[in-house]
Design a protein around this ligand. Structure first.
Ligand code: IPE
Ligand code: IPE
Ligand code: MG
Length: 246
């Protein structure tokens, strides 16, 4: 088998249909998972972070080489200070503890969302891991922190306006706007999965997911395993994506 053929074959399901290469996940249900057990919500978030590690490790073998995860929305600041600070601590520890493994396993880690509101120490960890893993290609992992699609589009519109004002762009195209998004240069998701049984997108990738397939599962994020992901990938590979064509 040629080196070129390997990734193509890896992305075929058992039935031979193409599988999603870019999966985006709205990781929901951590709080309910903990509350069901009479545990504090943060226990659910910590268990959720363990799941992230397992899903990240499983992706390349499932033919997924782009994984975008919704970790904290622009609306999640409405939660208690204890929960917000706890989540920020989980993000920082994840970066610190997983840095070596991600480097060794070829994971490139990037972030989308507004960074100014985050603690400067967390911002430094984020910039550090992005630089450290920048040459990796096996899995492109993008984590959305303080991300909101409307906020991203608002910031992108300002960037586009400034490029127009500077004369870099005259008649703006969809591609010009896409270049101003936090995801500039990244492919659109093929499949968006939301766990926990909610049927909404909660401000996640409104521009990028305009033609994505959606899958909603009742499984709470701390229970979502690589086997669940594999099953969804197999099943959704049968869907015909037409992108508006006949
Ligand atoms: C998702 O789990 C994680 C974040 C939004 C940070 P939730 O915390 O929203 O869990 P539920 O929806 O309350 O169960
Ligand atoms: C969406 O979940 C955000 C993340 C998973 C990070 P939420 O729990 O915040 O969404 P809503 O409030 O149920 O819409
Ligand atoms: Mg939720």
């Amino acid at each position: 088998m040629s080196a070129d053929a390997a990734p193509v074959l890896a992305s075929l399901s058992a039935a031979g249909a193409p599988r999603a290469r870019h999966v985006a996940i709205i990781m929901d249900g951590n709080g309910r998972w903990a509350t069901e057990r009479s545990w504090p919500r943060l226990v659910g978030h910590r268990r959720g972070a363990e799941r992230v590690k397992q899903i990240v490790r499983a992706c390349p073998d499932l033919g997924v080489n782009w994984l975008t995860l919704y970790a904290f929305s622009t609306e999640n600041w409405k939660r208690s200070t204890e929960e917000v600070l706890g989540l920020m601590g989980i993000f920082a520890r994840y970066i610190q503890r997983e840095a070596a493994a991600m480097s060794a396993e070829g994971v490139r880690m990037r972030f989308i969302g507004g960074r100014e509101r985050l603690d400067p120490k967390l911002q430094a960890l984020m910039a550090g891991i992005e630089a450290r893993t920048a040459a990796n290609t096996r899995l492109n992992l993008t984590v959305a922190i303080n991300y909101g699609g409307r906020d991203e589009l608002t910031r992108a519109a300002a960037r586009l306006a400034s490029r127009i004002a500077q004369g870099e762009i005259t008649a703006p195209s969809e591609a010009d706007l896409a270049d101003c998004l936090d995801t500039a240069g990244q492919p659109d998701p093929d499949l968006v999965i939301r766990t926990s049984g909610e049927h909404r997108t909660s401000n996640f990738l409104p521009f990028q997911a305009a033609y994505s397939e959606y899958e909603f599962t009742p499984v709470l994020w701390p229970d979502f395993s690589p086997a669940h992901l594999a099953e969804i990938l197999d099943r959704t590979s049968q869907r015909q994506r037409r992108f508006g064509a006949a």
